[in-house]
Design a protein. Sequence first.
Length: 389
Amino acid sequence: MSSNSPQPAATTPAPAKPPFVKGLAGVVAAQTAISHVDGPNSTLIYRGININDLVAQATYEEVAYLVLFGTLPNASQLAEFDAKLKANRDLPQAITAWLYTLPKETVPMEVLRTAVSMMAHYEDDVQSISIDSTIAKAIRLTAQLTTLCAAYQRIREGKAPIAPNADLSHSANMLYMLNGQVPSKDLEVAMSAYFVLLADHSLNASTFTARVIASTQADLHSSISGALAALKGPLHGGANEATMNTLLEIGEPDNVDPWVDNAFATKRLIMGFGHRIYKNGDPRARVLTRLADEIGRKVGMDKYAKMSHMVEKAVQRHRELYPNVDFYSASLLYCLGIPIDLFTPMFACSRIIGWSAHVIEQYKDSVLIRPAAEYVGRLGESYTAIENR
């Protein structure tokens, strides 16, 4: 062949097909500076600070500021932030009026999801995704969600909602609006600790949902509405409700062992155990275990914390499973006087600040989240006329 003969065209090898990972387990879909979940070491940090240090020393207001702004506030910054939260607690009058129209059996998470969408109508700059505007809306939603939960609970009990008390902290005010009584310091601290522990948890299902929506440059209220929808499921936020219903079904301590044995024999799922990331125990569960024990004793309802310990031991006789954040939070919230179907809304009242921080982070990243799907359907099919089908 002469040197002038045409040479075959070079072919470019097809790019390697990315692997399919079911449930996106282990797939890194975003970079974040908000929280770090260290599964092998069973630790959780917010903005570099271990959750154990925060829950022992910080209020929810401090942690909310940390998650939203990236640093712990000084005294004047905390006072200003706290004042903004208190100033934004009231609901739009139309939202309160709407709550009265709902059937009493309406699921609170559905109320929360719909109400957040409706509250967008009362934001002057709801469409804005500027950072300053989004921060202002995040503070307002954080303040309003607790008021919304308490107001709906009162209304479905046939009682008038209780106005927020500006003299109380975020956590104390939540409990006050539910029953009209200023909580003891112990109850306030426990409620605040719960809110601190649930403020953020990296790229969980609801947070990922919020970030996907935010990546389209949709507004904060749209992103939070989607996050609330994701949180509703029993494999995410709804597990704490299922855990408390399990304890009530078991009924008495003497019933624990036979109930758990039967659950394993019949392959019944026991909610509140296991975690996709924490294989050696959820660090939040350790704090909640202590709080559930303490508050249970203080309010004379320690039966449920004791039963929780018994269920944990009975489960571990069958399989090495550790409680996750939902397990001991169930008896804690129950002893704080929170109705069972408000457990997941309480999760949302805490996580709203983490969702908001992730939405802001996604706006700054300014990349549309658009993963690929692996097609596994048929190929080469022909269209068949309808008369021949």
